[in-house]
Design a protein around this ligand. Structure first.
Ligand code: C2G
Length: 131
């Protein structure tokens, strides 16, 4: 069984998230998502609209996602890859090259980011509509 892992905040789920999850799953048989905890989001200086538990519930309802684990820091990926026997690490192209240090532990690929959508764009557009 080919196991794939990807990480992110996945707040306000949109088609860009669905595209990366669908494409990541196409590379294997089992997809684990390392979901950023609320505390880690604070470290990333990202404020999610939904809590970790709410984002986890939503992700677990997506058919491409087989398992959700917590992403609590920048340094857990190697341990996650080894303990989950991961074959492939996938991230969007906005992270191109940033996780190449994982190459000794599993295959690393960066997939094209979906243009024109992001959680922050959603928030901004909704705010502007309101004004
Ligand atoms: N993504 C995408 N297209 C978009 C928006 C996001 O392909 N329009 C991808 C990102 O490239 C990433 C994943 O969706 O691979 C999750 O994106 P975010 O929730 O924004 O996660 P991020 O803040 O990039 O955190 O350790 C890694 C970090 O936790 C990644």
């Amino acid at each position: 069984m080919k196991k794939v892992i990807t990480y992110g905040t996945f707040d306000l789920i949109h088609h860009g998230h669905i595209n990366i999850l669908r494409k990541a799953k196409e590379y294997g048989d089992y997809l684990i998502v390392g979901l950023s905890s609320d505390e880690f989001n604070a470290l990333k200086e990202k404020e999610a609209y939904y809590s970790f538990e709410e984002r986890k519930l939503i992700l677990e309802a997506i058919k491409y996602v087989d398992e959700v684990i917590s992403e609590d820091n920048w340094n857990q990926k190697i341990i996650d890859i080894q303990s989950n026997e991961i074959d492939l690490f996938v991230m969007g192209s906005d992270w191109e090259g940033k996780f190449d240090e994982l190459m000794p532990y599993c295959e690393v690929i960066y997939l094209p980011r979906t243009e024109g959508i992001s959680s922050s764009k959603i928030k901004k557009d909704l705010f502007n509509k309101k004004c």
